[in-house]
Design a binder for this molecule. Sequence first.
Ligand code: 2NL
Length: 357
Amino acid sequence: MSELRGKYIEAVARAADEAALEEVRLAALGKKGEISAMMATLGKMAPEERKTAGAALNILRDEIDAALRARKAALADAALDARLKSEWLDVTLPGRPRRAGTIHPVSQVMDELTAIFADMGFSVAEGPQVESDWYNFDALNIPPEHPARQEHDTFFMHRAAGDDRPPHVLRTHTSPVQIRAMMDRGAPIRVIAPGRVYRMDMDQTHTPMFHQVEGLAIDRDISMANLKWVLEEFCRAFFEVDKVELRFRASHFPFTEPSAEVDIRYSNVGGQLKIGEGEKWMEILGSGMVHPKVLQAAGVNPDEWQGFAFGMGIDRLAMLKYGIPDLRAFFESDLRWLRHYGFSALDMPDLAAGLSR
Ligand code: 2NL
């Protein structure tokens, strides 16, 4: 008996998992188990012998059963401990930062100037980037033989042989958007038209796609004085300076009469540009009073209405405001652009050191 007890208690202690424990239980207490088999022999014993053997077997069975239960509980505890250790999670750890991009400088400038002109009552107009040559040229008083058509270095859309629809171009300015706005809404009107424009030009200061914003204000008695105030107000707000000085130089555009190119006063001390002070002048835009023929083409009666229009390059504005020296910055991955974009490689110390050398 005590040999059996020792054997099974030890087997229970050795069982490494629940399956091993179950094997021990079957071997001892299962229907065909050793203890059960011994119990089955009780019936053949003499009553006195049966009494003592039966009692001893019952005690032995209960002892083994108790050992099995205790071992089972201990194994479950150990398994839970192991899980708690391996599935441990420190909820107090800081989150891993997700790298976020930043808005493109050109988009940012578009947002800024849209807000500034909105404060002055201008709404935003949009239109197609593929235009008929009527909207892009004819309506703007640039007839087929006009030299400006060539100067614009226009991209023409392909036409299959036999396709006799009017020629279409990639718009060379956003003026056609304003022609459409006048035709749709009539006068009076105040709109700006920011967007992509295309010219077949590619060198250190030109890209074939660039961004322009044009402005248009038509009413019964709009004058160049209103144009001057709107542009000064815009420059003050955009460049965030109290004082700006603009210089209007007589010029020529087919779509305005009179026309003026506008320069802004600035200084350049050690490469640091300052707007509104200094001895230098920088051309920032073209402007004028809308030509009567243009109003006519857009269905606005020039005997009743007049107004100003202007156009400027957004890429240049972005470069001026955010200190980008020239267009090569785009092509040669100038660090200032990359930083502005939040280019993640710049945060790797070794690479950043290599780049700034
Ligand atoms: C420049 C010059 C200019 C306009 C654009 C315009 C639009 C209409 C009618 C008349 Cl619908 N004019 N736009 C006028 C003068 C100058 O742009 O140097 N742009 C970068």
